[in-house]
Design a protein around this ligand. Sequence first.
Ligand SMILES: Nc1ncnc2c1ncn2[C@@H]1O[C@H](COP(=O)(O)OP(=O)(O)O)[C@@H](O)[C@H]1O
Ligand SMILES: [Mg+2]
Length: 349
Amino acid sequence: MNSAGIHSLEIDVREKAVEAASGLTTIEAENAFALSVAETKTITATIIAREKAQAVKKNGLLEIVETKESLNSIGGLDCLKDWLVRRKDAFSQRAISYGLPALKGLLILGLPGTGKSLTAKATAAVFNVPLLKLDAGKLYGGLVGQSEANLRSVIQTAETIAPCCLWIDELEKGFAGSKSSGSTDGGNGARVFGSFLSWMQEKTKPVFVVATANDVSQLPPEMLRKGRFDELFYVDLPDDTEREAIWRIVIRKHRRDPNEYDLRQLSRVTEGLTGAEIEAVYLEAMFAAFERSTEPTDLDIASVLNGFVPLSRLMAEQIEGLRKWSCGRARPATSASPTSERKLRKLEV
Ligand SMILES: Nc1ncnc2c1ncn2[C@@H]1O[C@H](COP(=O)(O)OP(=O)(O)O)[C@@H](O)[C@H]1O
Ligand SMILES: [Mg+2]
């Protein structure tokens, strides 16, 4: 690399470290830098961020999630991944100088087991920032006014840690809590939810909210209105190419060689299964093979599938409902393929 290249690399490293230290006091920042130099002989943004994340531990509603998940852990969902990759530098000084608008967040809708939480975890790796998980159910309750104070404290902590991802898993559950409490606590829950929404709309700090939901019928329409989330993605059952990719990832994840299997065939026989179910089937096959002190084979997988009833068969109606709802309201996480065309045709009849 020439000297200009090295110079720009240094600036990049320095910029990332300074960004990561924002929100720390001078003494905290000095300590974090010293620790980073001691551990890695240089100032590493991820170590600074890790130190900063310790602040979250003081806040019982948030949890720092250390995760190794990246976009490579996700099979399929190409549109969703492209969307994220295009925004990976959105928190950088360069993006701000360029005039890119601050990101608000992403809402991922879809059936259970289709990789929504997995994707939420991977977003932090895309942006290379800490991942904070909010337990929305814990916001409510306690004394009068406590819920709102809780929310303020969550927002304040997230904004101190920023840039970061704030992950709210199964958003509808957090809101269902607020709905049911609405009748008994004079609308406290609904008020808290309203405050959350206005923060989403007005926030300027780089806190990227990544929320997931299984059941849209539980979500208030205000949540889905423009200006809250940057995008709504809908994750459907994986199509055949996606299932093949998922099989490859799952097999590798469990320390086996995907080339030992007929992935095309495995994808074909697992139509209607979610990613989580594919993994469950593979684990079952591993147990069967372990009992015989052998390695799991395509045959083991086939025999597990023999008595397997996928969720999509039990939930056929909900799936159709969610598909219909998403049509025109949410962006598909997967680009149209022959399989998704078939899905659409099924929808029309
Ligand atoms: N698209 C996918 N690619 C790879 N693995 C997947 C995928 N979908 C699901 N899985 C596997 O199933 C597990 C559960 O998925 P999860 O993200 O929790 O589903 P959801 O949040 O949509 O209910 C994941 O941790 C992963 O091991
Ligand atoms: Mg989930």
